[in-house]
Write a protein that binds this ligand. Structure first.
Ligand SMILES: Nc1ncnc2c1ncn2[C@@H]1O[C@H](COP(=O)(O)OP(=O)(O)OP(=O)(O)O)[C@@H](O)[C@H]1O
Length: 218
């Protein structure tokens, strides 16, 4: 269970963008969060993934309250999440070849030796040709880079996926391909998901249930 309890968060304590929000996602469940631009969806998604410390409230991951945020979160909690952002270029180290980008989380947890098996398997799964793996982010398209970022999000086999407008910059066929990869992973792993976006048709088709920002905001 991923529980967001009475979360308030933002960038100025006097004017929170997320106000007293409650949201619970059951194991294996996929929830779409719909809302207009600028309402606070990304901020809430970052709180859920332990990337942004809320001003108030609690995140409870599989029964255990979050023990910290960003690099201060304990590894077992941090690695419970795979996160894919809207703009792959902002979340990809421009110096890394795509194969190293996908392997980054393995290196961070001292499991680099597994990259030799996992990187080819995952890059094939997300549809990245072998010829692209030696290229750096500026040498590939947004869609190709987002495929690599999705592979990176899956490499530690997270129990929870947080997809923040994952497909907003992509064409219809790349969107369909990435949604398919996520759903295949969720089927075999039982991972739950929070997908944030403003495309109602996509989220309603993709997710078990969708909630609108106005229903959540306190
Ligand atoms: N780093 C920041 N510093 C200050 N304000 C910020 C920061 N990031 C976001 N905001 C503000 O917080 C509010 C919510 O932003 P957020 O990115 O969470 O919205 P969103 O619903 O995800 O929007 P979009 O759909 O456009 O991505 C916005 O008014 C935004 O300008």
């Amino acid at each position: 269970m991923l529980e967001l309890r009475a979360i308030s968060a933002g960038y100025d304590r006097r004017a929170p963008v997320v106000r007293s929000v409650d949201l619970t996602i059951a194991p294996g469940e996929s929830v779409g969060l719909l809302g207009p631009s600028g309402c606070g969806k990304s901020t809430l998604a970052r709180v859920a993934a332990l990337l942004h410390r809320p001003d108030a409230g609690q995140v409870v991951i599989d029964g255990e309250a979050a023990q910290g945020w960003r690099h201060r979160a304990p590894r077992r909690q941090r690695t419970a999440f795979g996160v894919v952002f809207q703009q792959p270029r902002l979340s990809a180290d421009p110096r890394l070849a795509l194969r190293d980008l996908v392997a980054e989380p393995l290196r961070a947890v001292g499991r680099s030796s597994e990259a030799a098996d996992l990187v080819p398997e995952l890059t094939a799964r997300v549809g990245l040709g072998k010829d692209l793996l030696g290229r750096r982010p500026h040498e590939v398209s947004d869609g190709q880079l987002q495929r690599a970022c999705l592979a990176r999000a899956l490499v530690l086999r997270p129990r929870w996926l947080i997809c923040d407008e994952m497909t907003a910059m992509l064409d219809a066929s790349t969107t369909a391909a990435l949604v398919h990869v996520v759903e295949e992973y969720r089927r075999e792993s039982g991972a739950g998901m929070l997908a944030v976006g403003h495309d109602r048709v996509l989220l309603e088709r993709w997710c078990d249930r969708t909630v609108r920002w106005e229903e959540l905001a306190g």
